[in-house]
Design a protein around this ligand. Structure first.
Ligand SMILES: NC(=O)c1ccc[n+]([C@@H]2O[C@H](COP(=O)([O-])OP(=O)(O)OC[C@H]3O[C@@H](n4cnc5c(N)ncnc54)[C@H](OP(=O)(O)O)[C@@H]3O)[C@@H](O)[C@H]2O)c1
Length: 269
C-alpha cells in the first residue's frame, strides 16, 4: 500500500526508481547492493512483513524482513552514501501509557511483529548510515486493510463485531506519503511519529465507514480485545504524538472522503 502511495505522490523533480518484490528482495544483500549502484540520495524502504498475527508463528521469518534486512539496507546505503527512510509502527510500544506516545518514549513491544520492527529500527541505527524512521499506524488505502473490510461488510449489510478498547488513528497511505516526502525534502534525521490527527477505537472506525457508505450501523457490535481473541497482542493505547512531525489530516475527514465512490471505485478504500 505505502509503496504505491509513495509513487503516486512523488514530488516534482524527484527521480524515483521503484522496485517490486520480484525485482528486489530486501533480504538478499547481493541484490540490494547493486540496486544502490547509482548512489541515490535516498533509499526509501516500504517493504515489510505486515501480517501481524502470522508473525507470531513465523517470528524468525518476519524478523529477517523487518529486522535483519533493514540493517543490511542501512549498511549498503552507508557504503553508497545514501540516506535511508524506513517505516515502523506503534506496535513497538506496550500501550500502557496514558497519553499519546512520543518519539522519545521507550519501546516495549508485546508481539512478534513489534519485536521484529523494533529490531529493524535498532539495526538501521547501528548501521551508521544517515537514517530516519517514521512510526505510523492503522494504514489503509489501495490494499487489504481494516477500513476496506468494513467497507465491504457495510455495503453488504453484514454484521461486524469490532474491538472498542484499542486506540489509535486510521491513517491513509496517501496522507502519510505526503508527510514522508516532506521529510525527505527537509533531509530529516531520526525518529518521527506520523499518523492521522485525532483518536479512535476500531469500533469508531467501523462505525464511521458504515455511516459514510450510508449503511445501517445497527449490525455493528462492540467487543473487547480479550473477547475478540486475536493471535498477536496489540497495544491498547497505540496513539502516536505527532506534534514533532505535524501529522496528516484528521482521521475521520480523510476516511469519509476515501470511501466515496469517486475516490475508491469498486475496489474500496
Ligand atoms: N499496514 C499497517 O497498518 C501498518 C501500520 C504501521 C506500520 N506499518 C509499516 O508501514 C510500512 C508499509 O506497510 P504496508 O501496509 O504498505 O505493507 P504492505 O501493503 O503489506 O506492503 C509490504 C510490501 O512489502 C513486500 N515485501 C515483503 N517482503 C519483502 C522482501 N523480502 N523484499 C521486498 N519486498 C518485500 C510485500 O510483498 P508481498 O505482498 O509479495 O509479500 C508487500 O508488497 C511497513 O514498514 C509496515 O510495517 C504498516
Amino acid at each position: 500500500m505505502l509503496g504505491r502511495a509513495m509513487q503516486a505522490v512523488v514530488p516534482f523533480g524527484v527521480d524515483l526508481r521503484a522496485f517490486s518484490r520480484a525485482e528486489l528482495d530486501i533480504v538478499d544483500e547481493l541484490g540490494v547492493r547493486p540496486a544502490l549502484g547509482s548512489h541515490p540520495d535516498w533509499v526509501i524502504n516500504c517493504a515489510a512483513w505486515a501480517r501481524v498475527d502470522d508473525a507470531e508463528d513465523h517470528e524468525a521469518e518476519a524478523t529477517r524482513i523487518n529486522g535483519d534486512a533493514v540493517g543490511l539496507l542501512g549498511k549498503a546505503a552507508r557504503d553508497a552514501g545514501s540516506r535511508v527512510m524506513h517505516f515502523s509502527t506503534d506496535y513497538v510500544f506496550d500501550g500502557t501509557l496514558d497519553r499519546p506516545y512520543r518519539e522519545t518514549d521507550v519501546p516495549n513491544p508485546q508481539g512478534a511483529y513489534g519485536r521484529g520492527k523494533l529490531a529493524g529500527e535498532c539495526a538501521l541505527a547501528a548501521s551508521e548510515c544517515r537514517w530516519n524512521v517514521i512510526r505510523t499506524q492503522w494504514l489503509y488505502g489501495g490494499g487489504h486493510s481494516f477500513a476496506r473490510i468494513m467497507w465491504n461488510r457495510a455495503r453488504k449489510g453484514l454484521p461486524s463485531r469490532v474491538i472498542d478498547d484499542q486506540w489509535g488513528a486510521p491513517t491513509h497511505v496517501a496522507e502519510l506519503a505526503t508527510v514522508a516526502w516532506r521529510l525527505v525534502q527537509e533531509n530529516a534525521n531520526g525518529t518521527w511519529h506520523a499518523a492521522a490527527v485525532g483518536e479512535a477505537s476500531w469500533f469508531d472506525v467501523g462505525q464511521k465507514v458504515y455511516e459514510a457508505v450510508g449503511a445501517d450501523p445497527t449490525p455493528l457490535s462492540r467487543c473487547s480485545t480479550a473477547e475478540y481473541g486475536s493471535k498477536a497482542p496489540r497495544p491498547a493505547n497505540g496513539r502516536l504524538d505527532t506534534s514533532k512531525t505535524g501529522g496528516p489530516r484528521a482521521w475521520d475527514e480523510v476516511l469519509v472522503e476515501s470511501v466515496q465512490p469517486d475516490r475508491c471505485g469498486e475496489a474500496g478504500p
